[in-house]
Write a protein that binds this ligand. Structure first.
Ligand code: C2E
Ligand code: CA
Ligand code: CA
Length: 250
């Protein structure tokens, strides 16, 4: 199905708006890949990204996602609608490609996109398990002008030193911490400490998986910088995402 998706160009990129607590506006969005296969129907990226990594197909899929985001940034009026940058997920396997930074640079040039418009998300476990590969790759991409987010923070036996050591401008706390903090007082202490630690290290926090008004209020009260979740919107195809911004960002 992945091979079919690549050759028939049936992957789609959806955008989930990210809410800026300080301004009450949507200032960024996460690009999330979707695959609808003619035989198997819709397949979740939870399932197919792993297979794409194991087979090496992630190189083509990741490049396709990156190019699609650049096309969107250059051809639509998304920036005029208040979006400052798009978050793009980067797999560890992509970082093992020595030419990744050059490939991205060539795509940026082709679409005349400023790299400051793209923030690359790297999952915490990738940094922990492949530190030297990731550091090397982050350095090269940083020289090209990209910035970074640490994704799924807390899932890979969070070592706080990674936040201080590497240039992550956003720290995305994994949604399980928000959800469990409502039921479990110990988890709640951990969650609140993560927020204050991120602030203390002068990074910006993102809470994922915000689904209720109550969660939104609690997060804003606790000084979370950015909020993302179904409460605001599910990931949307490009035209619906633009409509959403027209309604909520004006
Ligand atoms: P992720 O990077 O942690 O992305 C957030 C996931 O949480 C997305 O799932 C999103 O739809 C979901 N989500 C957001 N808000 C809520 C909420 O309020 N409630 C619930 N229940 N879920 C919420 P999705 O799109 O299925 O993606 C799953 C994972 O697949 C992503 O997790 C990411 O690791 C990977 N992925 C998706 N697109 C790409 C891509 O282009 N490249 C790479 N390398 N990985 C990708
Ligand atoms: Ca992500
Ligand atoms: Ca995440």
């Amino acid at each position: 199905a992945l091979q079919r998706g690549i050759s028939r160009k049936s992957f789609r990129v959806y955008y989930q708006p990210i809410y800026d607590a300080r301004t009450g506006r949507f200032r960024s969005a996460e690009a999330l890949v979707r695959l609808h296969d003619e035989k198997l129907g819709s397949i979740s990226p939870e399932e197919f990204i792993r297979v794409a990594e194991q087979t090496g197909l992630i190189h083509s899929i990741g490049e396709m996602v990156f190019e699609e985001v650049c096309r969107f940034l250059s051809e639509s009026d998304v920036l005029e609608r208040g979006i400052r940058f798009i978050e793009v997920n980067l797999s560890t396997v992509q970082c093992m490609d020595d030419h990744l930074a050059e490939t991205f640079r060539a795509i940026l040039d082709r679409y005349h996109v400023d790299p400051h418009r793209i923030n690359l998300e790297i999952t915490e476990s990738a940094v922990i398990f492949n530190e030297s590969v990731m550091v090397n790759s982050i350095r090269k991409l940083q020289q090209e002008g990209f910035s970074f987010s640490l994704d799924d923070f807390g899932t890979g036996n969070a070592s706080y030193s990674y936040i201080a050591k590497y240039p992550f401008r956003l720290i995305k706390i994994d949604k399980s911490f928000l959800w469990e903090s409502e039921k479990d007082p110990v988890r709640n202490v951990i969650f609140l400490n993560m927020l204050s630690l991120i602030r203390g290290l002068e990074r910006r926090s993102v809470a994922e998986g915000v689904e209720t008004e109550k969660q939104k209020q609690m997060l804003i009260q606790r000084g979370t910088d950015y909020l993302q979740g179904y409460y605001f919107s599910k990931p949307l195809p490009e035209d619906q995402f633009l409509e959403y911004l027209a309604l909520s960002n004006s």
